[in-house]
Design a protein around this ligand. Structure first.
Ligand code: ADP
Length: 605
């Protein structure tokens, strides 16, 4: 039982075969592939030769790396007509990658028609970036017409590196704020906030952001217009200049290879020194920016050829980050060159507030993992599909939760007096939870919100949950978080009859979620932390909520929680309920959407 991974680049094709215990069986690389088969080896020929080499193995799944899946795919996907159409649709956005991926997929499908083929996208990991992060500040009608937004790339590598770092820290990714830096020939940074990429430096194309081997990264768009106006450039020559003649190569005039630049810089070459300085400065700038957007950072993660191998570049990037708690052990940094069998190295000191971790990237392994996951889910859903008509799953009650707060004993005492106790008013549907008589006033920079209900019992951390509309009223910018994820969230001032408390963090917009008892989870075929989509029935308007988090605990009672904005959007009456739905949320609502389906791709993380 083996998984074949095909990683199709613009001029290279890598492949790897893993057994089902993630051990590498064989791998190889075809380089300097050309588009015209008359002048050398083409992608098609490379695929054929790989297929020949892999005949000996019992291939049970094939994973294809696909650079551009747009915002369509939140995760790896079984390749079907819809996936093929999307890869084709994004050819203009990724002309050097998507056509070759398509060719490789078609050749492999022909050779292995009976095994699942899975597309693993470079864009998926970034597909849940918040709107404020992916939106360019241009005329929105033009942006919508041409789908101009930030997508981000290198997602497979960022996700893998973040996973390895979380493993080292022995904490789940959804408790961590990480900044991952993939520094290779292409380079990008990502803010990985509680398991989700919430910012990344590459944008609509892989040209934006950091300095790269031959790509410029960020450039003022005004410069491009001025260059076009000179008449010396047209679109093609500008494209060539920015994608192939810029970056380290363009700045130094020597090479895109940092090794050569480091040698030249040591010999006193001024342009090589400048190239290195610009590269490091840009990366450091993004680290600062992402620490700010996440409200803090637990670990910095370096990966890619430069990130893994250049101790001097890492040291340069990390200079003067002590203010945010980054302390580097110089010796560890020098020794961190990663051995092939060494997944990662830590280069920060034990007392560094922020861990700094060097991770050997392994996109092929990540693709194999995703492929096995999708193939297993497919098997499971095929079994479930055959039983589906017989199972009637109960609908899920939906509760619209008004703004409310959870307080610590200390904050409660400061607001309501030393001797006060929370006064239970009414039991809530979640066992042990109750609404209290007590209410507080939220004071934001812009306005106040009065009468915000306290929920009991008291907790270990203060948490105030509001809706998006409340944000604008208060004049604050609160992140969308799962309950409990308050570190680095927004500050808020609370006022009670006995006093005022300034919370430095604790204000969030709660992410929609479903509480489930383990028995419910088994019934619906989901697990804690799965993400599902839910069709709303019983409201005045058909609506499907994607991206709903499953939360499973012994003490939970089946119920979906959404906030007032979401309730209003769905025009929900009092007794609305939703049904788990596996259909793609982009599809128009039809009867099928309201079928109770317990297992499907949407239920996989
Ligand atoms: P790609 O993005 O094409 O996959 P890699 O991640 O393999 O590229 O990174 C290749 C780059 O890594 C090289 O161009 C070189 O600049 C850099 N690199 C590799 N080894 C070293 C090293 N020992 N010192 C400095 N730079 C290195």
């Amino acid at each position: 039982m083996a998984t074949l991974v095909i990683n199709c680049g613009s001029s290279s094709l890598k492949y790897a075969v893993f057994d089902n215990k993630e051990a590498l069986i064989t791998s190889g690389k075809h380089e300097r592939l050309v588009v015209n088969p008359d002048t050398g080896e083409s992608h098609g020929e490379a695929v054929t030769s790989i297929l020949e080499k892999c005949r000996a193995y019992e291939i049970t799944g094939i994973g294809h790396r696909v650079v551009h899946g747009g915002d369509r795919f939140h995760q790896a996907n079984l390749i079907n007509d819809e996936v093929l159409a999307a890869i084709e649709e994004f050819i203009p956005a990724a002309p050097m990658h998507n056509p070759y991926s398509l060719a490789a997929i078609r050749a492999a499908q022909k050779a292995w028609p009976d095994v699942p083929h899975v597309a693993v996208f470079d864009t998926s990991f970034h597909s849940r970036m918040p709107r404020r992060a992916y939106t360019y500040a241009i005329d929105h009608t033009i942006a919508e017409k041409h789908n101009i937004r930030r997508f981000g790339f290198h997602g497979i590598s960022h996700q893998y590196a973040a996973g390895v770092a979380a493993g080292f820290l022995q904490r789940p990714m959804d408790e961590l704020r990480l900044i991952t830096l993939h520094l290779g020939n292409g380079a990008s940074a990502s803010a990985v906030e509680f398991g989700c990429s919430t910012e990344t430096s590459m944008g609509n194309t892989p040209l934006e952001g950091l300095v790269m081997g031959t790509r410029s990264g960020d450039v003022d768009a005004g410069v491009l217009m001025n260059l076009l106006r000179t008449g010396e450039f047209d679109v093609e020559s500008l494209d060539n200049m920015l994608n192939r003649k810029s970056g380290l190569a363009g700045l130094s005039g020597i090479s895109n290879d940092l090794r050569e630049l480091e040698t030249a810089a040591a010999d006193g070459n001024k342009q090589a020194r400048l190239a290195i300085n610009v590269f490091a400065h840009r990366a450091r700038k993004y680290i600062g920016a992402y620490a700010a957007t996440m409200g803090g950072v637990d670990a910095l993660v370096f990966t890619g050829g430069i990130g893994e191998n250049s101790a001097s570049m890492r040291a340069r990037i990390l200079q003067r980050l002590e203010f945010m708690g980054v302390m580097i052990d110089e010796d560890k940094n020098l020794d961190a060159s990663i051995q092939a069998d060494n997944q990662f190295a830590v280069i920060s000191t034990p007392n560094s507030r922020v861990d700094v971790i060097v991770v050997k990237t392994n996109e092929e392994l990540m693709i194999a993992r995703e492929t096995q996951k999708v193939a297993a889910a497919q098997k499971k859903s095929a079994v479930a599909a055959s039983a589906i008509d017989e199972i009637e799953l109960p609908p899920i009650p939906i509760a619209v939760s008004a703004r409310h707060c959870h307080l610590t004993a200390e904050t409660f005492a400061a607001l309501f007096g030393e001797d006060a106790e929370p006064t239970p008013l009414k039991d809530l549907s979640q066992p042990g939870q109750y609404a209290c008589e007590e209410k507080v006033t939220l004071i934001g920079p812009r306005n106040k919100l009065e009468g915000v209900r306290l929920l009991g019992p008291l907790r270990n951390v203060d948490q105030v949950e509001i809706a998006r509309t409340d944000e604008f009223r208060l004049g604050v910018d609160a992140p969308v978080r799962n309950s409990g994820q308050v570190s680095g969230s927004a500050p808020i001032t609370l006022e009670g009859p006995a006093g005022i408390v300034n919370l430095t963090e604790g204000l969030i917009c709660a992410r929609r979620h479903i509480h489930m008892h383990p028995d419910d989870a088994a019934l619906y075929g989901v697990q804690d932390k799965d993400e599902v989509s839910i069709a709303i029935v019983g409201g005045d308007r058909d609506l499907i909520f994607g991206d709903v988090l499953i939360r499973v605990k012994e003490s939970y009672k089946l119920e979906m929680h959404i906030d007032t904005d979401e309730g209003n959007a769905a025009e929900l009456g009092r007794a609305a309920s939703g049904e788990l739905n596996q259909s793609d949320i982009d599809e128009p609502a039809d009867d099928d959407i309201y079928r109770n389906v317990a297992i499907g791709k949407k239920l996989e993380l």
